[in-house]
Design a protein around this ligand. Structure first.
Ligand code: ATP
Ligand code: MG
Length: 438
């Protein structure tokens, strides 16, 4: 594990590219007599000429020693204990060099492993060489030393970065078993940074993909956001499918697609393309919209089944289906309640948007999630020509001034009459039923 060292004039990283807060942390550690490095993605991205998402710091100071240096510091994590130095909303993560598990008298308190080889605790401290070896990919085993501005690349990381190659450090199968999330990280870095996964690094993925079922659903939720809401959603999704990683994350969606219904796969790609576009334009994206799309196949399919086989009305069938689909999904990937309620809203609006007569469309415009529901309808209409007219009507209705809106809604009333539908005004108004979330 001898590093390749690039001196200050042999690499393009300048301190101006590093956030002020990260620099503060690095300098303070260094002044305190500790080694301090910028590490991992921050160095990798700067060498690739990209703006890093965040800056992580590695040091030989222990978490307690770090806490001693910073008043704005919190120690976090049990599985992997580290220090967070807080600057308002900006958090700099400071990790103590990790060591080998077998090199100390293995106390359960510090390190432990499951029967399947999964690392449950990783709190044995070590040297920078050992730390580098415990990182996932060679291109992530890069360290920028604040003491002399050198870059240290371990395990061939600098060479791999130059070759745009993603290479796991050590034996791939062992490393994936230690932490199956590394399979998702492989796909993420490959798609995001345009790196190709080396043959030995990709070989075990398909077979080991089911190990993701052992990962806490809350951690997987965070990972899915990084995978699908980072601007390269379409490419990432295709790779997830290619490596068999989509099904363990979204079993229900994979199942309806497996029945030969590729329509839903195309719909997911469309939603992701839309998300990628929005991110490229710096527009806001919400996980709820994406999750609504990911699970639209299952919820539509189940609703239809409850109608056909259970003899339920559409509304009840839909409610049951939504409960069931979300209930099953959260066992793999935990969607926080604040998002799952919006997912339901978006779905529920799909039916409500078909009702255009009388005052209904005016009321619907006031719905807090109207915009998301309407965007979702537009997306569906791209695949289903039968929805085109409806989608266009809503576009026109929103853009119209109040007088034209009345006209549009009256026109629609006539359409309904001509089609022999009941006049909605004579229909007894149903109170919207409130669901209780259990
Ligand atoms: P980005 O921040 O762009 O998502 P990153 O590489 O910085 O990418 P982080 O999750 O911020 O990823 O982690 C920082 C560093 O910690 C990584 O570069 C890697 O060296 C190490 N690391 C993170 N997760 C793991 C893991 N599961 N196994 C081994 N090392 C990891
Ligand atoms: Mg990072």
């Amino acid at each position: 594990m001898q590093p390749v060292v690039l001196t200050r004039d042999q690499h393009g990283i300048s301190r101006r590219q590093i956030s002020e807060n990260a620099l503060k942390v690095l300098y303070r550690l260094n002044k305190g007599g500790y080694e301090a490095y910028l590490v991992g993605g921050g160095v990798r991205d700067l060498l690739l000429g990209r703006q890093p998402k965040d800056f992580d710091v590695a040091t030989n100071a222990t978490p307690e020693q770090i806490k001693g240096l910073f008043s704005n510091c919190r120690l976090v994590g049990r599985r992997f204990r580290l220090a967070h130095v807080l600057f308002g909303r900006d958090v700099i993560e400071v990790a103590t060099f990790r060591g080998h598990h077998h090199s100390v008298n293995n106390s359960k308190h510090l390190s432990s492993q499951s029967k399947e080889g999964m690392l449950l605790r990783d709190n044995v401290y070590g040297t920078i060489e050992e730390d580098a070896e415990r990182r996932d990919f060679t291109v992530n085993a890069l360290y920028y030393n604040i003491a002399d501005f050198t870059v240290h690349g371990f395990a061939g990381g600098l060479k791999d970065l130059e070759a745009r190659r993603l290479e796991l450090i050590g034996d791939p199968e062992t490393r994936y078993r230690e932490d199956p999330v590394r399979m998702l990280r492989a796909v993420r870095f490959s798609a995001k940074l345009g790196l190709s996964i080396s043959p030995r690094t990709e070989a075990p993925i398909k077979e080991l993909a089911p190990l993701l079922a052992d990962i806490p659903p809350a951690r997987l939720f965070e990972e899915t956001l990084k995978l699908l809401l980072a601007g390269q959603g379409v490419e990432t999704y295709r790779q997830l499918q290619h490596y068999g990683l989509f099904a363990p994350l979204f079993p229900e969606a994979a199942e309806v697609m497996g029945r030969g219904n590729n329509r839903y796969g195309r719909f997911i790609e469309l939603a992701l393309a839309n998300t990628d576009d929005r991110i490229a334009q710096d527009l806001r994206v919400t996980p709820a919209f994406l999750y609504a799309a990911l699970l639209w196949g299952p919820v539509e399919t189940r609703t239809q089944e409850f109608v056909n086989e259970g003899g339920l009305g559409y509304h009840d069938a839909f409610m049951l289906a939504a409960d069931e689909v979300i209930g099953r999904q959260v066992k793999s990937v935990a969607i926080p309640r604040r998002f799952s309620t919006v997912v339901r809203d978006i779905w529920q609006l799909q039916d409500r948007l078909t009702k255009r007569a009388g005052k209904r469309p005016f009321r619907l415009l006031e719905h807090p999630k109207f915009r998301a529901g309407y965007d979702f309808l537009l997306l569906r209409a791209e695949l289903d020509p039968r929805l085109k007219e409806l989608a266009e009507w809503w576009t026109e209705f929103q853009q119209a001034n109040p007088v034209d809106r009345q006209q549009l809604s009256r026109n629609n009333q006539r359409d309904n009459d001509e089609r022999g539908e009941r006049k909605p005004r004579k229909r007894p108004r149903r109170r919207p039923r409130r669901r209780k979330e259990s």
